[in-house]
Design a binder for this molecule. Structure first.
Ligand code: PA5
Length: 453
């Protein structure tokens, strides 16, 4: 296997620290399934074929659709210091990942985006409402089903706060709902209150929805260029579908499956970039919810390095040998690369690094760590990305989504459903005594007695 490094590619895959730990003929077997799988996605004959609307979304999105998103975002930005994005799972992680990858870590100038409805922890909404007290603020509420409990509770709370603060006109001016075209409580609420709204296409599931208004509106509100994001995704879409022989998504999906068969059942996504944390959170949801079913699936984990070398490094180097790592490396970033200065006394013994940049130190930490982990029996893949600008982030998201679909199909699961998520909801509703769940409530009382729980 040679490394693929095509110049027009935004992403390349470096495999030299995997080969020695991978069974080659297994690779050929998975790789040879690739063309049929790609065809089944393209022809819409694969399992979950009613959820393939994201596959050609970048190339089919119309400029007018992006214009409308930008216009609504611009209006919200004019009247808001802060926009609260309410949503959970696929209805917020993509937007948050892109925004956090682009925004300044410390500077809060412009319109700030904060999040709600992504958990049920008491105290959060009170703290948020105190934070919003003297600010001008608005809401984007996102739920495809329109019935998810966490965002519904947050929306009820914040809607009342918004009405109390800005009066009756606030709902029309300061709320945008993104939901199904006709189904669900949020659609009913939006129509009844004449809210501004966007529709989530039927054939795009939550974790694949970053290129719909679900991701695009919050990203535009945060001040980032959605045209450029889509341009990057479009470029990657073209790349993936134009040359299947050198298709890095097929390659990455095949390697994941070989490693999984080898017993490397946990994939750790590794980054050395302080703005990548939420991309990894989005990635974990994408792969976890898509592949983890029918008793199968690579468990997706992530670490931020070098930070986590001081917490998880020991385990990765020396713990149970069921891991492989995928290291994400940005070839360039826009960051100012500070140099290490001189100190006459050299009490910290750092003069050997004088004149060297942080980027240089980071790169050597990365390479040293990859070699050490590989020697410790952890296969290390590397995804090289040109830079961390928004178009390349768009390309990276498309790449991960298509890889995830291919990889799930190689594993012979339906990557586009999430039947397991319903089980906790059923129990939660029963315990909360929601009408309609009386039978399950009784079953749970018996189970609790048996388990003494
Ligand atoms: O990817 C998915 O489908 C899920 O993570 C959903 O996005 C999440 O459960 C939220 O659902 P909804 O958008 O219906 O509120």
């Amino acid at each position: 296997m040679n490394n693929i490094n095509i110049t027009q590619m935004q992403i390349s895959l470096e495999k030299s620290l995997v080969k020695n730990l991978m069974v080659q003929n297994h690779y050929e077997r998975y790789r040879s399934m690739g063309d049929d799988i790609m065809k089944s996605i393209q022809d819409k004959t694969c399992p979950g074929n009613d959820f393939l609307g994201w596959v050609d979304l970048p190339s089919t999105l119309k400029t007018e659709q992006l214009d409308r998103i930008n216009e609504v975002a611009g209006n919200l930005r004019k009247i808001s210091d802060v926009v609260v994005v309410i949503g959970i799972g696929g209805s917020y992680l993509g937007a948050r990942a892109v925004i956090e990858s682009q925004k300044s870590t410390f500077n809060k100038d412009g319109c700030e985006v904060v999040y709600a409805g992504h958990h049920l922890s008491p105290g959060y909404l009170t703290e948020l409402s105190k934070y919003l007290k003297d600010k001008k603020w608005s809401i984007i509420v996102i739920s495809k089903s329109g019935t998810t409990t966490e965002p519904a509770i947050a929306f009820r709370y914040l809607r009342n706060e918004l009405l109390a603060r800005f009066g009756e006109t606030a709902l029309k001016e300061r709320v945008v709902a993104i939901t199904d075209k006709s189904k669900g409580a949020l659609r009913k609420l939006a129509d009844a209150n004449d809210l501004q709204s966007f529709v989530i296409p039927d054939d795009v599931g939550g974790r694949f929805s970053v290129f719909t208004p679900v991701g695009l509106l919050p990203i535009a509100v945060a001040g980032f260029d959605v045209y450029k994001l889509i341009e990057g995704a479009r470029k990657m879409e073209k790349q993936i579908w134009s040359d299947t022989n050198e298709n890095i998504a097929l390659d990455y999906a095949a390697i994941r499956n070989v490693l999984y068969q080898n017993g490397n059942t946990t994939e750790v996504l590794v980054n050395y970039h302080h703005k990548f944390h939420y991309v990894a959170e989005w990635w974990k949801q994408l792969f976890g919810e898509s592949e983890g079913k029918d008793g199968k699936g690579v468990f997706p984990a992530s670490v931020d390095l070098t930070t986590d070398l001081h917490s998880m490094g020991q385990y990765i180097q020396d713990g149970k040998r069921n891991l492989f790592e995928t290291v994400v490396k940005f070839q360039n970033t826009n960051a100012v690369d500070e140099s290490i200065g001189h100190d006459d006394e050299n009490l910290d013994n750092l003069n050997y690094l004088e004149g060297k940049t942080m980027g240089f130190v980071n790169k050597n930490a990365m390479e040293g760590t990859m070699l050490a982990h590989n020697s410790g029996g952890v296969p290390n893949l590397m995804l090289k990305i040109q830079n961390d600008e928004i178009d390349n982030i768009g390309g990276l998201f498309y790449f991960f989504m298509i890889t995830c679909a291919i990889s799930g199909l190689m594993l012979q699961v339906n990557p586009f459903n999430q039947p397991g998520v319903e089980d906790y909801k059923r129990n939660m509703f029963a315990l909360l005594q929601k009408p309609g769940f009386e039978g399950r409530y009784k079953e749970l009382q018996i189970l609790r007695k048996e388990l003494n729980f």
